[in-house]
Design a protein around this ligand. Structure first.
Ligand code: UDP
Length: 239
């Protein structure tokens, strides 16, 4: 397999790192996900990873808490995941740097766009924690933002379903899977694949998104090699 893309932004949800327990970090699962990432890095693909935090904490589900503070906790959760992913990659012998959008200098580099790009050019994987650094945003929006900043060719959004469906395939056996969709479809059809801020940012900056199932981590390699897996969200049709 030959890579189709030179530089990719991989978005890993917190849930994808949790394994069967459904919460926290299952390090064997993280290692499984990191092996194909290593393979792609060895093929020369430049990879930045934005990690979610839903396996520990989601600001919007925090009930009575002040939302800003709850989101700060969510961003710290993503930092924990970023360190877990970095550790797995390092154990596999991959050069990796962690950068966080909220400064924690004893633990990680601060996110500096040019520095992140320099790491990528040196074939180091950059793991990005703390989302955008701002409350009221999601790590999907962080993925869209960082992809635009670093000029990524595509966002690979690893999820727990094998693409985007017209209804929840876990609840509706007749749910229909889309091979491709436009950004407007995602925005208008309320498909719940990502929030509208993230989808609009991708649309405005012409960044395609491949939504695929991480249950088989080899899908990462397939997606990077342009094999038809999951659902591709791309440019609106020009009429
Ligand atoms: N978060 C935030 N700003 C950001 C990104 C994340 O405040 O730019 C917080 C927010 O509380 C969110 C949590 O971090 O619920 C974890 O991120 P997310 O829900 O996107 O993780 P995922 O669902 O991908 O695991």
């Amino acid at each position: 397999m030959q890579p189709k893309y030179k530089r990719v932004l991989l978005k890993l949800s917190g849930e994808s790192l949790a394994g069967d327990a459904g919460h926290g970090i299952d390090f064997d699962t993280v290692l499984k996900i990191c092996r194909p990432i290593k393979t792609c890095s060895l093929m020369g693909v430049q990879i930045a990873i934005v990690v979610g935090g839903g396996n520990f904490w989601r600001g919007r589900s925090s009930g009575k808490m002040d939302r800003t503070r709850a989101d700060h906790m969510g961003m710290l959760a993503t930092a924990i995941n970023a360190l877990g992913v970095a550790d797995a990659l390092e154990q596999l012998g991959v050069a990796v740097r962690v950068q966080t959008a909220i400064a924690m200098q004893e633990i990680a580099e601060p996110y500096i766009r040019n520095r992140a790009v320099r790491h990528l050019e040196k074939n180091r994987i950059v793991v990005l924690g703390c989302g955008t650094g701002n409350p009221f945003f999601s790590t999907d929006t962080a993925a869209a933002l960082r992809a635009a900043e670093i000029d990524a060719d595509i966002i690979l959004k690893a999820t727990m379903v094998d693409g985007i469906y017209d209804s929840d395939p876990k609840k509706n056996p007749d749910a229909k899977k889309f091979e491709t969709l436009t950004y407007m479809d995602v925005l208008n059809k309320d498909l719940k694949v990502m929030d509208s801020t993230a989808a609009s940012l991708c649309r405005d900056n012409h960044i395609p998104i491949c939504v695929f199932d991480i249950a088989d981590p080899n899908n990462i390699e397939k997606a990077i090699c342009g094999q038809p897996i999951g659902t591709i969200v791309k440019e609106d049709e020009v009429l």
